[in-house]
Design a protein around this ligand. Structure first.
Ligand code: FE2
Ligand code: FE2
Length: 302
């Protein structure tokens, strides 16, 4: 009886959260048992589709032997997985804090908890995948860890959702390219399929929360949000062109290669395609200012 009364009074925000809860109950994964971790790696297949690799299409890429390309794809995947783990770690901290400001009986809080559970399993999946592909994580040093931890002081209110979207949507669009690629390592394709399925709900949740909040923002919050959106783009490109990847792949002059990767029109096009939907959404919400647009365009993200 009580539940019926609550359902009848559901707010639109609550209905949306309920839909996500129902979707999660129907389709969620446990990567420990839903991935065949004992399947052998294919000695010839890449770990990422070539067009997603930072140096793809450059003269340096053309000059590489197939095994060198394979090693670079392994290191680039390891970098993506590592960034994914610490990003989800930070996101869970933010979500846990938000829960203290909400009603623990609401569907919104319950879906927040469900998302945190998803992210815990993703962090484990990424960690297991790093191990399976025989790579070491790219882990932030002490200084970088301090910066990452201090981000939770600045990411408040709407910024939680902007941060979530920048981290989730661009990665998501890139991961979607890996789904049905027969040339890719099967274990990677499977993990990406699981991640994309669960992240689609997270992205919907973050977009919904941000769209509800935007009309209520003060001028100060709007300005602060625009600033954070603007700096998110170069930060994202910086993380994706970590020069240590080139060191571990055994390539010469890794810092010069990072520069080549940043200026690589193919890589910019891939990132731009990944960021297009998010850019359009943020723009529609009025969250990218003129400076932000210039920065996003310069990095190939708009
Ligand atoms: Fe995730
Ligand atoms: Fe997520």
């Amino acid at each position: 009886m009580r539940n019926d009364a609550v359902d009848a009074a559901l707010l639109p925000r609550e209905s949306f959260a309920q839909r996500l809860l129902t979707g999660s109950a129907k389709k969620s994964y446990d990567p420990v048992v839903d991935i065949d971790w004992n399947a052998p790696l294919d000695p010839d297949k890449l770990f990422l589709p070539p067009e997603v690799i930072s140096l793809f299409g450059t003269p340096q890429w053309e000059a590489m032997a197939p095994q060198q390309r394979r090693e670079l794809s392994r290191q680039e995947l390891a970098n993506v997985l590592s960034v994914g783990i610490w990003f989800e770690n930070l996101l869970n901290r933010l979500l846990l804090r938000e829960l203290m400001n909400g009603d623990p009986t609401s569907r919104h809080s319950h879906y927040t908890l469900t998302e945190m559970g998803d992210e815990c399993r993703h962090m484990m999946m990424f960690g297991k995948l790093l191990d399976r592909i025989e790579a070491r994580p790219y882990w932030p040093n002490r200084y970088e860890r301090l910066v990452i931890s201090s981000l939770q002081l600045f990411l408040r209110g709407s910024m939680v959702w902007v941060g979530a979207l920048v981290g989730e949507e661009i990665f998501d669009a890139i991961q979607r390219r890996t789904l049905d690629d027969p040339e890719l390592q099967p274990v990677v394709a499977r993990a990406m399929r699981i991640h994309v399925t669960e992240e689609a709900r997270h992205i919907g949740f973050a977009r919904d929360a941000l769209a509800r909040r935007t009309p209520t923002m003060s001028h100060a919050e709007l300005a602060y949000t625009k600033l954070c959106v603007a700096v998110a783009a170069p930060l994202f490109v910086h993380l994706m062109t970590n020069w240590h990847m080139y060191v571990r792949a055994g390539l010469d002059d890794p810092r010069a290669l990072r520069h080549v990767a940043r200026e690589n029109p193919h890589a910019q096009r891939t990132l731009g395609a990944g960021a297009a939907n998010l850019g359009a959404f943020l723009d529609k919400q009025g969250l990218i200012g003129p400076i932000g647009k210039r920065i996003w365009r310069r990095r190939g993200l708009l």
